[in-house]
Design a protein around this ligand. Structure first.
Ligand SMILES: *[C@@H]1O[C@H](CO)[C@@H](O)[C@H](O)[C@H]1NC(C)=O
Ligand SMILES: *[C@@H]1O[C@H](CO)[C@@H](O)[C@H](O)[C@H]1NC(C)=O
Ligand SMILES: *[C@@H]1O[C@H](CO)[C@@H](O)[C@H](O)[C@H]1NC(C)=O
Length: 503
C-alpha cells in the first residue's frame, strides 16, 4: 500500500510538473555552472571610429551618407565610448554578478583593410586588455568574429558576402583572432545573425552596405557565410582546438511562430516552413550538411516557375555536402526576441525569401509593445523555440546569445517593462531547461548598455544601463533591470521570496 501511495503521489507530482501551464510562474534553479551575462557589439558601443589606426567599416560608410539612412541621422562614431572604458564596463558586469560577457571584434580595428598583410597592433592591444580584465574579474569572454562591421576595403574589393571571394579573407582574419586570443577565449562564434546581414544588408538595403537586390543576392550571401563558417570550423579544429581547446558556434536569430488558425493544417504547416526558412536555412547546412528539404523544394519550384535555368538557392556540391554533414558547429547561439502569427496566405511581391515561403506573418495587437515596431512581448515563444531547436537538431547545445526589450530615450531608470520582459522570458527558459530538458548552457541578455541601434540610431534603447548620449563622457547609470538580473544571476534562477522583496 505504502509504495502504491508513493507511486500515486509521484505520478501526480509529475503530472503537476508537466501541466505547469504557460502562465504559471516556476520557481527553481538552473543547472550548476549555467552561464549568465550580457552582450554588446563593436560598432554599437566602441566608438573611436578612427582612432589608433582603425580602418573604415561598411557601417562607418553607411552612416556617413547624406541624406542619412539612420532614423535620427546619428552614427556610431562615438557610441558608448567603450573603446576607452574597458575598466568601467567590466566593473558594471562585475556589479551585476555576470560570469560571461559577449562582445564582437571590430575587424577593421584589427585589420584596417581587412587583410592580414596589415595588422594594427593597437587593435590587438585593446582586445587583449579587455579579455585580460574580464578574466581577472572572473568573467568569461564570449567572442563574436563578425557582428556586421565589414572592412569597407573588402566590400569594395569583393562586393561583400554575396561573393565567395570573401571566404579566404574571413578565414585568415579568424585564424589571426584565434592565434592572438585563443589562449584565453574558449567560446567563439563566427557570424551574428546572418539572416539580417543577408536580407536587410544585401537584400533590402536598410542596413550596411545598403544593397537592394532582394531576389537572389540574400541566398548567395547566406551560402558564402555558411561556407566561410565551415572552413573556419575546420581550421579551428586542425590548428587551434588541439592547442587551446574551446568551442566554436554561430549565432542564429529566430522568433517563434504561431499558426493563425491552429485547426487549419495549412497554417500549421506554414509554421514549420517559417521556422525552416528563418532558422533552418542557416542551422541545417551546418548540422546536417544541406538546406532544409522544404526550403530546397519551395525555392527550386519558384525559381523554375520564373523560367530560371537554376534555383535562386545555391547548392552545396558533393564535396561540400560530405564535409558539412559531419557537423561543423559545437553549439548554436540563439538570438530570440519575439513571436509572429503565421497564415498560409502568400505574401505578394517580387520573388524573394519573403514570397518564397507562401505564407504571411503578423503580430497580435493584444501583445504588449516595445519601442521597436517588430518587438512584441510573447514570453512563451521562448520556451517553444528552444523546444523546436531541441527536437529539430537532436538537443544540440544552445547558448542564448541575445534576448531583450527596447524602450525609448526618455524612459526613466525604473524600467519595469524590461524587468517584466526579462522575468517572463527567463522563466520560460527555466521551464525549457528544467521541465523540457532543453540543452541550454547559458543566457546573455541584450544589452549591457544602451547603444547605437543600427537604422534606428539612438531612438530605441535595449540597455540595462542607461547611457547619457548628451554627455561627452557617456556616463552609465544602472537601471532597475540591472538589479533584477543581478538577483537572477546570483540565485541561478528564481528563489521563492517574500512578496515584499520580489521584483
Ligand atoms: C587600404 O585600402 C585603400 C584603398 O581602399 C588604400 O588606399 C590603402 O592604401 C590601403 N591601406 C593599407 C594599409 O593597405
Ligand atoms: C548538450 O550538448 C552537449 C554538447 O553538444 C552534449 O555533449 C550533451 O550530451 C548535450 N546534453 C544533452 C542532455 O543532450
Ligand atoms: C546628461 O549629460 C548632460 C551633459 O553633461 C547633462 O547636462 C544632463 O544633466 C545629463 N542627464 C542626466 C539625466 O544625467
Amino acid at each position: 500500500m505504502r509504495s502504491q501511495a508513493r507511486l500515486f503521489f509521484l505520478l501526480f507530482g509529475l503530472i503537476g510538473l508537466v501541466k505547469c501551464d504557460e502562465d504559471e510562474f516556476l520557481y527553481g534553479k538552473f543547472p550548476p555552472g549555467f552561464k549568465w551575462g550580457l552582450s554588446v557589439a563593436s560598432y554599437q558601443t566602441e566608438g573611436a571610429y578612427q582612432e589608433d589606426g582603425k580602418g573604415v567599416s561598411i557601417w562607418d560608410t553607411f552612416t556617413h551618407q547624406t541624406p542619412s539612412p539612420i532614423l535620427d541621422e546619428s552614427n556610431g562614431d562615438i557610441a558608448c565610448l567603450s573603446y576607452h572604458k574597458s575598466e568601467e564596463d567590466v566593473q558594471l558586469l562585475k556589479n551585476m554578478g555576470a560570469t560571461t560577457y559577449r562582445f564582437s571584434l571590430s575587424w577593421a580595428r584589427i585589420l584596417p583593410n581587412g587583410t592580414v598583410d596589415n595588422i594594427n597592433a593597437k587593435g590587438i592591444e585593446y582586445y587583449d586588455k579587455l579579455i585580460n580584465l574580464l578574466i581577472k574579474n572572473g568573467i568569461e569572454p564570449v567572442v563574436t568574429l563578425y557582428h556586421w562591421d565589414l572592412p569597407q576595403h573588402l566590400q569594395d574589393l569583393t562586393g561583400g558576402w554575396p561573393s565567395e571571394e570573401m571566404i579566404p579573407y574571413f578565414v585568415q582574419y579568424a585564424e589571426l583572432a584565434f592565434s592572438k586570443f585563443g589562449d584565453r577565449v574558449k567560446t567563439w562564434t563566427t557570424f551574428n545573425e546572418a539572416w539580417v546581414v543577408c536580407l536587410i544588408g544585401y537584400g533590402e538595403g536598410v542596413f550596411a552596405p545598403g544593397i537592394k537586390e532582394i531576389s537572389e543576392t540574400p541566398y548567395k550571401c547566406a551560402h558564402t557565410i555558411l561556407k566561410a563558417h565551415a572552413q573556419t570550423y575546420r581550421m579551428f579544429d586542425e590548428k587551434f582546438r588541439p592547442k587551446f581547446g574551446g568551442k566554436l558556434g554561430i549565432v542564429i536569430d529566430s522568433g517563434w511562430y504561431i499558426a493563425a488558425d491552429e485547426n487549419d493544417p495549412k497554417d500549421v504547416d506554414a509554421v514549420e516552413r517559417a521556422l525552416q526558412f528563418k532558422h533552418g536555412l542557416f542551422a541545417s547546412p551546418l548540422v546536417f550538411g544541406k538546406y532544409p528539404d522544404i526550403v530546397r523544394k519551395y525555392v527550386d519550384e519558384k525559381s523554375q516557375n520564373e523560367g530560371r535555368s537554376s534555383s535562386r538557392l545555391p547548392t552545396f556540391d558533393e564535396e561540400w555536402s560530405t564535409f558539412l554533414s559531419g557537423g561543423v558547429v559545437d553549439f548554436l547561439g540563439l538570438n530570440h526576441y519575439t513571436t509572429q502569427m503565421v497564415s498560409a496566405k502568400p505574401t505578394r511581391g517580387p520573388p524573394s525569401w519573403y514570397t518564397d515561403q507562401d505564407l504571411s506573418t503578423y503580430q497580435d495587437d493584444a501583445w504588449p509593445k516595445s519601442a521597436s515596431s517588430w518587438l512584441r512581448v510573447v514570453p512563451s515563444g521562448f520556451r517553444h523555440i528552444l523546444n523546436w531547436i531541441k527536437n529539430t537538431y537532436g538537443n544540440i547545445e544552445v547558448l542564448v546569445t541575445e534576448n531583450g526589450f527596447s524602450d525609448t530615450a526618455d524612459a526613466d531608470w525604473n524600467d519595469d517593462d524590461r524587468v517584466n520582459y526579462f522575468k517572463q522570458y527567463t522563466n520560460n527558459m527555466l521551464k525549457a531547461v528544467t521541465i523540457d530538458g532543453c540543452n541550454v548552457t547559458g543566457y546573455l541578455g541584450w544589452s549591457l548598455l544602451d547603444n547605437f541601434e543600427w537604422a534606428s540610431g539612438y531612438t530605441e534603447r535595449f540597455g540595462v544601463h542607461w547611457v547619457n548620449f548628451s554627455d561627452p563622457d557617456r556616463t552609465r547609470t544602472p537601471k532597475k533591470s540591472a538589479a533584477f538580473l543581478k538577483e537572477l544571476f546570483t540565485n541561478n534562477g528564481f528563489a521563492k521570496v517574500d512578496k515584499k522583496d520580489e521584483f
